[in-house]
Write a protein that binds this ligand. Structure first.
Ligand code: UT7
Length: 331
């Protein structure tokens, strides 16, 4: 009997209606379309305007989209992981609320936080549960309401991030397709360069922390860029070599959408032409935990059973890594 692999068997997604275009940003901060496009590749991002809705809303909508497409009975889901950097609340589990709202009454659930690598790390966690035989249906959701932690007076960060959610279902596969390999890394030096300084146990919220804007994302873009380019490319190259793949064997690179220049550098390192690289950063910007499933959703109709996909991500912490997976279905 062939080994049970953890395969992605369905994809769903949700992005809010409101489009924050480069032209609108020009009216908010000192920036311009030419700068944003040439430095990042971003043209617009989606923003969840409703003040009474948090990340859970994006996650619920993405999960419902998957449930509808797959005709999945939510009571059969064993586990829900919400990968996010922006949970609804610091303590109450966002995933628990999402599970209840979508009717996954038999599931347990938890949040997984690894900044922009949350979804990639979640792929490792979700597939391990399936491979072990312990659970049969694991719903992995990546969702972030980045607009809730962005300072719209800071042109270095507000032009990059957007809101969105994506979901995938992991199930056992005995046809030989699914999760193949992973290289996951982290380095605590990164918290000097990309962080929200206050609101955690180290610097609890105070009048002072609010006045000092310490609840917003701070990013030393130049340094993060340097690390991201080299680390994302390194792990992608390593996973390709370790699995004896050539650029001909790889059907798709699925890179975290932080900056088009980082995506291009990673693709160059594994010698892939642009038609094999999933890119939607121009539409959504950097949606943190949602970038990878939003890519899968956009390209789902082009994916074929047996396609070889290499995922790569880099984020705060630092956290980064690469996953190699074979696609399990024709859509
Ligand atoms: O997803 C998690 C991981 N995050 C990332 O991977 C993001 C990595 N970093 C980046 O993508 C890039 O560093 C940024 C897009 C954030 C910035 O691009 P950059 O090419 O590194 O620009 P920079 O910070 O070096 O700034 C270059 C110039 C500066 O002006 P001077 O000092 O050369 O006169 C900035 O003040 O561009 C200026 N600048 C802007 N100009 C127009 C910075 N932001 C803007 C802006 N519009 N929005």
């Amino acid at each position: 009997m062939s080994k049970v692999k953890a395969a992605i068997t369905a994809v769903g997604a949700y992005v809010p209606e409101y489009r924050l275009t480069n032209a609108i940003l020009e009216t908010i901060v000192d920036t311009n379309d030419e700068w944003i496009t040439s430095r990042t590749g971003i043209k617009e991002r989606r923003i969840l305007k409703d003040k009474d809705k948090g990340t859970s809303y994006l996650a619920i909508m993405a999960a419902k989209n998957l449930i509808e497409k797959k005709k999945l009975d939510p009571t059969t889901i064993d586990l829900i992981i919400v990968a996010t950097a922006t949970p609804d609340m610091p303590v109450a589990s966002t995933a628990a609320y999402v599970a209840s709202e979508i009717g996954a009454v038999n599931a347990f659930s938890y949040d997984l936080m690894a900044a922009c690598s949350s979804f990639l790390y979640g792929m490792s966690t979700a597939s391990s549960y399936i491979e072990s035989g312990r659970y049969k249906k694991v719903l992995l959701i990546g969702a972030d309401k980045m607009s809730s932690i962005i300072d719209y007076e800071d042109r270095a960060t507000c032009i990059i991030f957007g809101d969105g959610g994506g979901a995938v279902l992991f199930e056992p596969n005995t046809e030989g397709n699914g999760f193949e390999d992973e290289i996951l890394r982290s380095d605590g030096i990164g918290r000097n360069f990309l962080k929200i300084e206050a609101g955690g146990s180290l610097t609890p919220a105070s009048h002072e922390s609010v006045d000092n804007k310490q609840h917003y994302v701070f990013q030393d873009g130049k340094n993060v860029f340097k690390y991201a380019v080299s680390k994302m490319a390194d792990v992608s190259e390593q996973i390709v070599k370790r699995n004896q793949l050539t650029n001909e064997d790889i059907d798709w690179l699925v890179p975290h959408q932080a900056n088009k220049r980082i995506i291009d550098a990673t693709a160059r390192r594994v010698d892939l032409p642009e038609e094999k690289v999933m890119v939607n950063i121009h539409k959504f910007g950097n949606t943190t935990s949602a970038t990878l499933p939003l890519c899968l959703n956009d390209y789902e109709t082009q994916l074929k059973k047996g396609d070889r996909l290499v995922f790569a991500a880099f984020g705060g912490g630092f956290t980064w890594g690469s996953v190699y997976l074979t696609w399990a279905y024709d859509s």
